[in-house]
Write a protein that binds this ligand. Structure first.
Ligand SMILES: [Zn+2]
Ligand SMILES: [Zn+2]
Length: 319
């Protein structure tokens, strides 16, 4: 019971990369699991928690906090101090607080997660084929954050108002989009468009993907807007397209990186050590350079190595 003799209170300060990584929803869930009352909030220095409960519950809560944080979080410090029991009746996510000079780490953009890819490819899902699909564990962060603390009104997503179904997901602690700031769907979120300079034709959404894939197959160059900027892309096995891209980018000999569908395909293209494979599949989605196993004309001339990366946005996966 709140306010009884057994209740203790703690003030907890967590610093590191703890915003934009599903940290508040995580704290909310473990607080409920341990019967902890109080609140969690983002401020410009990270995450602050006021926790009340019995000593054993608080200890278990603290252990989970330190050991079970979301995969994209990085805790630099976790400070716990005794606090005054306020007699809170429940645990909630409180409004963020603005400070003068932010010190909180900003999460990098997170590559699309497997659950979102499954929904993307499920024709029955309301986000089937929707390039801006994301959740509490994945999606753009750094590229959309305009200011800290991290909340939708301080992101580039502020321009889109969540529809009732997205809003329902956002406020439901059991939902995997609980507090996902960029949450969106085809009804309420951003759309995408393909513009063809040769014909002046414009296609939207699903048609844009099909048209863009067709252009790539036909050896054309497509500028693909990713999370943080544009890629100039062409089919790597079309030597004519690679040569044209080289011409336009004024890159005579520098190697181009190749995006492959998955790790299996990557294994066929380059000599992939176990360490390189882990790196390739890590959520930062780096370009991994390794000895090549195939020759792609013009892609990486004058070297026996090839740079390979995996898709990291829903749009890449669909293409
Ligand atoms: Zn996701
Ligand atoms: Zn929506």
């Amino acid at each position: 019971m709140s306010g009884d003799d057994d209740a203790h209170a703690q003030s907890i300060r967590i610093r590191g990369v703890v915003q934009g990584v599903g940290f508040r929803p995580f704290v909310f869930r473990i607080a409920h699991a341990h019967g902890i009352r109080g609140w969690v909030l983002n401020d410009t220095d990270g995450v602050r928690i006021h926790a009340e409960g019995e000593a054993a519950a608080l200890a278990a809560f603290g252990r989970d906090l330190a050991n079970s944080a979301p995969p994209a979080a990085r805790i630099d410090s976790l400070g716990i101090e005794p606090a005054v029991v306020g007699g809170h009746a429940s645990f909630l996510i409180a409004a963020s607080e603005n400070g003068a000079s932010p010190t909180a780490g900003i999460s990098p953009d997170l590559s699309v997660c497997n659950e979102c890819i499954a929904e993307l490819n499920d024709p029955a899902d309301r986000r089937a084929g929707y390039a801006y699909i994301n959740c509490t564990n994945c999606g753009p962060r750094y590229s959309i954050i305009l200011a800290l603390p991290y909340d939708r009104p301080r992101t580039t997503m502020a321009a889109w108002q969540m529809c009732s179904r997205c809003e329902a997901e956002y406020v439901d602690p059991a939902n995997r989009r609980f507090h996902a700031q960029p949450n969106a769907c085809p009804r309420c979120g951003p759309r995408y468009t393909l513009y063809q300079s040769a014909t002046g034709s414009i296609s939207d959404d699903g048609a844009a993907i099909i048209d863009a894939a067709g252009l790539l197959r036909d050896g054309r160059i497509v500028a693909i807007k990713g999370i943080g900027g544009y890629h100039l892309a062409c089919s790597a096995d079309r030597a004519d397209a690679v040569a044209a891209l080289r011409e336009r980018k004024f890159r005579k000999e520098q190697p181009f990186a190749v995006m492959v569908r998955n790790v299996d395909v990557a294994r066929g293209v380059i000599e992939l050590s176990a360490g390189a494979e882990t790196l390739l599949a890590s959520s930062a989605r780096p370009i991994v350079v390794a000895p090549r196993r195939v020759v792609l004309n013009g892609v990486a001339p004058d070297t026996s190595e090839l740079g390979v990366m995996l898709p990291y946005t829903p749009l890449h996966h669909m293409l």
